[in-house]
Design a protein around this ligand. Structure first.
Ligand code: CU
Length: 70
């Protein structure tokens, strides 16, 4: 399944890389794309093994503001 998150607070490509890595290390996730311009992250996940709220929390713990988009 595909998930889109809004991610506020990214200011440069280092932030993009950081957010990308946080998402990529989560179980069952692939195809991570993070956009600085659109302030969002897009990825494929496995609903059985991926805990999306945990990903949102991990991003927020790093100082960004992430939220699930419908
Ligand atoms: Cu940055």
């Amino acid at each position: 399944m595909e998930k889109r998150l809004s991610v506020e607070g990214m200011t440069c490509r280092h932030c993009v890389k950081r957010v990308t890595k946080i998402i990529e290390k989560s179980p069952g996730v692939s195809g991570v794309q993070v956009s600085l311009e659109n302030k969002e992250a897009l990825f494929i996940y496995d609903p059985v093994v991926t805990n999306v709220p945990d990903i949102v929390k991990a991003i927020n713990d790093f100082g960004f503001t992430a939220a699930e988009k419908v």
